[in-house]
Design a protein. Structure first.
Length: 702
């Protein structure tokens, strides 16, 4: 700090800001604000200089039945409060503002730092604070400073730069997660500067006007003639001037005194990396700053004036700076400041689809109410195992966050994976122009176009089905569009599931696991067409029951350049006049560890194929009809091993192979026919058929 000697020669800039004086604000209700609070609220108003304010707490007219406001005061009212404030300007004009809020008793935090902090603050509603001190907000509480919208931060030690000169009443909201309290932090600066006051026989009015205050002297400005001006004199303050005076009574002992009026300075406002605003100047050396009280007197001078606030607050306003030179008032200069340490409001993440489990690509858009920059990072995709039950967050625990990207306004696409369920987590935050970051927000999702659950027992009247394990689809029709809109679909089925009585075309790969609890019912006109795709069914029962007047000969499965794989399946089909279970054209059929039975009045077969590959292993195959055939295959490959094949009825064969390459071994062929077939051969092969292997086959009844 400079000595009085140096102060005497400096230009002094004085800030009118003691207890908010000199700060330029409109009529404002600083506190309370809308909300439900666990403590009685303190009324803090910003009343313009020369004005008055009146208030009521029951919604009545404050001018006629309210109280005069003369400073912060506790509103000693519980329950619902309807605060109305009438601001009266010095010219008599009136404006009214109102706030509705509630005060409700709430449970205090457990005994400890948070309990003590809130209990002490509740006594007066005020938390006294002196700049430079450390204010500890317990970390079991979250706090938000200033006016809504709240920007909650975890309790911590906060402070204001010790050289900050602004006094103010700063609201603070606190929460323990269930209850909310709101108090006022009364901020006071440290007055530790130096000051000396110099008397001169003139007064500077608004920089450019010089008024003579002592008629005992004669005066001259610069090179003008000595005189005793009766009217104020205008001067140009863009350059320096010299004011001289001496006693009007001439005497050799009366010396000529003078005072230098420097050019009007240019103020500079600088913001440091930690957000503190410093008011300085551009001009001659030796400027100092001080604070005027309400009487226009300054008690302290400072080398520079700093304006600061707590971490978590945004303090913006303007001040009129009173300028002194060599302790002589010169005029005022307005300046504005913006101390921004408030964490921005977190961005909103808006997905194109709602829910934790989504069945298609998800587009994300980001927004925030303050139009700050948004940065985001995408974690994933992590491909999950088929039987997953975890939440997205549980899946992504411990995954490293990728580099954040600045959001450019376009949709961020989270894509499904053909390899399985894909888990994503997106983290985003806002950053303002002062590089303050918001708390991060996250969005988690599992995008699964592959895995679906189907359960006929699910009650979807209460919670809508989404195909997840907890909310499975109820009908097969619900999953057909999903099968055909994705590359691969895995369905886990349970219960008795009836397929629609129509042709159903599957054009994408599908796997159905029945887990030994699923029964698939085909109606007479149900035909499952696998076209340029594959269908795998395991651990299931498949049934087609003949109905009255059933004349349909529709196959259960039709393969058109497709693949059908039946594993551990029990299939029983009953047709009317004619019927085949599986019809294959340029396709592949694999049957393992299964039992297939087909019955009809006139003709039935299990497999009818053209130019296809048929592989049957470890299975039981039975046809019952007037004419009964297990397999009827033309060209292609045919393999039958370790299976039991039975035909029953009037006439029939195990198989008819035309122009195929066949491998047949370790089977048992049973016949229960009224008419014997030609040569009693269970499998007919024409002359163009090529038998790669035919051995260890047992024949009964042929």
């Amino acid at each position: 700090m400079k000595s009085n000697f140096f102060v005497h020669k400096h230009l002094i800039l004085i800030v009118f800001c003691l207890l908010m004086q000199g700060l330029c604000y409109s009529q404002t209700i600083i506190n309370p604000v809308k909300g439900t609070w666990a403590n009685k609220q303190m009324l803090v108003l910003q009343v313009p200089e020369g004005g008055n304010a009146f208030y009521s707490v029951n919604g009545s007219n404050p001018e006629s039945s309210g109280f005069a406001y003369d400073g912060p005061v506790i509103i000693d009212v519980d329950g619902n409060v309807e605060l109305r404030v009438a601001f009266v300007d010095k010219d008599g004009s009136v404006s009214t503002k109102s706030v509705s809020y509630s005060v409700e008793d709430a449970e205090m935090p457990p005994q400890g730092l948070a309990y003590d902090f809130i209990e002490v603050a509740s006594i007066t509603g005020t938390i006294p604070y002196t700049c430079g001190d450390r204010l500890l907000i317990p970390d079991s509480l979250n706090y938000s400073l200033g006016q809504p919208p709240e920007a909650w931060e975890k309790g911590q030690e906060i402070y204001i730069d010790p050289q900050s000169v602004i006094s103010r009443q700063l609201p603070i909201s606190l929460t323990d997660g269930s209850s909310y309290w709101r108090f006022i932090i009364s901020v006071s600066p440290i007055m530790n500067g130096l000051y000396s006051r110099r008397d001169v026989p003139f007064k500077v009015i608004d920089w450019e006007t010089i008024s003579i205050t002592d008629k005992k002297y004669i005066y001259k400005i610069d090179d003008e003639w000595w005189s005793l001006p009766k009217e104020p004199v205008k001067i140009d303050r863009s350059k320096s001037h010299m004011i001289y005076w001496q006693s009007i009574d001439y005497s050799p002992e009366n010396i000529v005194k003078f005072f230098v009026l420097p050019p009007k300075p240019e103020l500079l406002t600088e913001t440091s990396v930690d957000g503190v605003v410093t008011v300085n100047y551009k001009g001659e050396e030796g400027y100092s700053f001080g604070i005027l009280d309400s009487n226009g007197q300054a008690s302290d001078l400072y080398d520079s004036i700093k304006i600061d606030t707590f971490h978590g607050d945004k303090f913006k306003g303007s001040v009129n700076l009173g300028v002194f030179f060599d302790s002589v008032y010169q005029g005022t200069i307005p300046t504005s400041f913006n101390v921004n340490k408030k964490m921005p409001t977190p961005p909103s993440i808006v997905p194109s689809e709602e829910g934790e489990y989504i069945r298609q690509n998800v587009g994300l858009t980001f927004s925030n109410i303050e139009n700050n920059n948004i940065y985001y990072a995408v974690m994933g995709p992590v491909i999950l195992e088929q039987e997953y039950e975890s939440t997205p967050d549980a899946v992504l625990v411990g995954l490293d966050i990728e580099n954040y990207k600045k959001y450019d306004g376009s949709s961020v696409i989270l894509r499904a994976s053909s390899e399985g369920a894909a888990a994503y987590k997106v983290i985003a935050y806002s950053m303002d122009e002062n590089n303050n970051k918001s708390l991060p927000v996250s969005y988690s999702v599992i995008i699964d176009t592959c895995n679906f659950y189907l359960d006929s027992n699910y009650d979807d009247s209460k919670i809508k089905s989404d195909g997840s394990k907890k909310r499975p689809y109820k009908t097969f029709e619900q999953v057909v569009p999903l099968i055909n809109s994705n590359r691969f679909v895995h369905i886990r089925a349970n219960g008795e599931i009836e397929l629609p009585n129509k042709t159903i075309i599957l054009s994408s790969n599908c796997q159905i696991d029945g887990n030994k609890t699923c029964k698939l019912f085909f109606n007479p006109n149900t035909n499952l067409v696998v076209r340029n795709a594959s269908l795998s069914i395991s651990d299931s029962i498949i049934a087609r029951a003949k109905k009255d007047k059933d004349s349909s000969n529709t196959s259960l499965f039709t393969l058109e350049h497709g693949v059908l794989d039946l594993t551990s399946v029990e299939l029983a089909a009953s047709f009317g006049k004619n019927g085949s279970v599986i019809s294959a054209d340029n396709s592949v059929l694999n049957v393992r560890d299964s039992g297939i039975t087909s019955t009809a009045d006139n003709y039935t077969s299990l497999v009818v194929s053209v130019a296809s590959k048929i592989v049957i292993k470890d299975s039981r195959l039975t046809t019952v009809s007037n004419t009964s055939v297990n397999f009827s295959c033309q060209s292609g490959l045919f393999e039958l091993s370790n299976s039991v094949c039975t035909v029953s009825g009037v006439m029939g064969r195990i198989g008819e192979l035309i122009d195929t390459h066949s491998t047949i071994y370790d089977n048992t062929f049973n016949s229960d026919l009224k008419k014997s077939i030609q040569n009693n051969i269970p499998i007919y092969m024409d002359s163009s058929n090529f038998s790669l292997q035919y051995e260890n086959n047992r024949t009964i009844g042929f």
